[in-house]
Design a protein around this ligand. Structure first.
Ligand code: HSE
Length: 427
């Protein structure tokens, strides 16, 4: 049986879980993967104290691992972009394969790293960078290779899915739900990038590169976070037959690729709406075949370790086709695809207000598909001079919805800012 010699940089939660799984399941990996995975060098900035298995060869200088001639593969698990990039480049230039869980690195520097890897005839595995243990990269690289992807829609951030699920199922407030996610080890050390949508947007840019042959171009992804979601929106969405999820979306329409990640109303008829807690799911819709949906744990040490080890086995067995940027035929445009929209307006409770609103919709040629206005007497007395009005519109581009919202907000009958979310109901 062949042996793959591994050097690991970073033995935090994920690195520790990789070592645990390699230690626990060697026979399973050998019989199912046809390879013996041998950890020959570990880089831990805190030294031997950070590693449970005292038999391992541990060094504090991570660069020593990246430059080692003893290894076949560098496993980069330190995260961040600067040092991680240096380590990965060092290993590739030294003719070593790389496996990484680092979505920020791949999303922003994927093209230059894959170019270098191609020159050096080595592989880069990054299954763990998107959806943790759920093999979505493998689906795009291999399982769907015969298909043209039309769009994908995914829940790619476990932390925010956990928070939204707690808020909508148990009426938990945002802060308590975030604290629980942190206690469960789901959120990043600094959860800002989970909450503001950066994490999901980075993952979306990686999926788009595979699905639509665009460069790894995180900067061209438009995104927003779940901090925009108010408990009232969750209630109205439920009343209208939708859940609110943070959806990473990519589509190819008329050879234009748009990629985004926003809180989105998802029809309760779709599987994605049922994805609760910290789980991830990805719906990939292909021309001719239609949708395939992938569901599983997208965060946490063990699922991430599962994906890292799967990449190591694949590398031992020959790897994947190159992700060379020369093959990229499209690029991500800043234009975004059209979606039906959810709008919540605070409207002065006076005659003619709804008529004016509907004329603004008509002027932009946007249809009103549903409208909810509850009687003001159900509101506290101090709020009875305005009523919340919730509207579901027909499909509208980003440009037109911005114009519509500007026009609505200029009405004297509309109080405060108009809230708006996209709706995903495609199959
Ligand atoms: N913080 C991420 C999440 C973990 O919650 O999905 C893996 O990227």
């Amino acid at each position: 049986m062949k042996t793959l010699k591994i050097g690991i940089c970073g033995v935090g939660n994920v690195g520790g879980a990789v070592l645990d799984t390699l230690n626990k399941n060697p026979e399973i990996i050998q019989s199912q993967g046809g390879v013996h995975l041998e950890v020959v060098l570990v880089g831990a900035r805190k030294g031997k104290a950070a590693v449970e298995n005292k038999q391992l060869n541990v060094v504090e200088d991570l660069k020593e691992v990246a430059a080692s001639n003893e290894i076949d593969v560098l496993v980069e698990l330190i995260g961040g972009c600067d040092l991680a990039k240096e380590l990965v480049e060092t290993a590739i230039k030294n003719g070593k394969h790389v496996v990484t869980a680092n979505k920020a690195l791949i999303a922003s520097h994927g093209d230059e790293l894959f170019k270098l890897a191609k020159e050096k005839n080595v592989q880069i595995g990054f299954e763990a960078s998107v959806a943790g243990g759920t093999p979505v990269i493998k689906a795009l690289r291999e399982g769907l290779v015969a298909n043209k992807v039309q769009w994908f829609a995914g829940i790619l951030n476990g932390t925010t899915n956990f928070i939204l699920s707690e808020m909508s199922d148990k009426n938990t407030n945002f802060d308590d739900a975030l604290k629980q996610a942190q206690d469960l080890g789901l959120a990043e050390a600094d959860p800002t990038m989970d909450i503001d949508g950066t994490d999901a947007a980075q993952k979306a840019s990686i999926l788009a590169a595979l699905a639509f042959k665009v460069p790894f171009d995180f900067k061209s992804v438009s995104y927003g976070g779940i901090d925009q979601v108010d408990p009232e929106d969750l209630k109205y969405a439920a009343e209208l037959g939708y859940a609110i999820k943070h959806i990473a979306y990519g589509s190819l329409v008329d050879e234009e690729v748009s990629v985004s990640a926003y809180p989105t109303l998802v029809s309760k008829e779709l599987l994605l709406s049922q994805v609760g807690q910290q789980m991830n799911a990805l719906d990939i819709c292909c021309e001719d075949m239609g949708s395939t949906v992938y569901y599983g744990p997208g965060a946490g040490p063990k699922p991430t370790a599962s994906a890292v080890i799967a990449d190591l086995v694949d590398i031992a067995n020959g790897g994947w086709p190159s992700q060379d940027s020369a093959k990229k035929v499209n690029k991500i445009t800043k234009k975004t695809a059209s979606f039906p929209r959810y709008l919540r307006l605070n409207v002065k409770n006076e005659p003619g207000a709804i008529a004016k609103i509907s004329s603004i919709f008509a002027n932009e040629d946007i249809s009103i598909e549903a409208l909810i206005q509850h009687e003001a007497r159900k509101l506290p007395e101090d709020l009875q001079d305005t009523v919340p009005v919730v509207i579901i519109s027909g499909s509208v581009s980003e440009e037109i919805i911005s114009k519509l919202i500007t026009n609505l907000e200029s009405m004297k009958e509309i109080d405060t800012k108009v809230r708006q979310f996209r709706i995903h109901n495609a199959v």
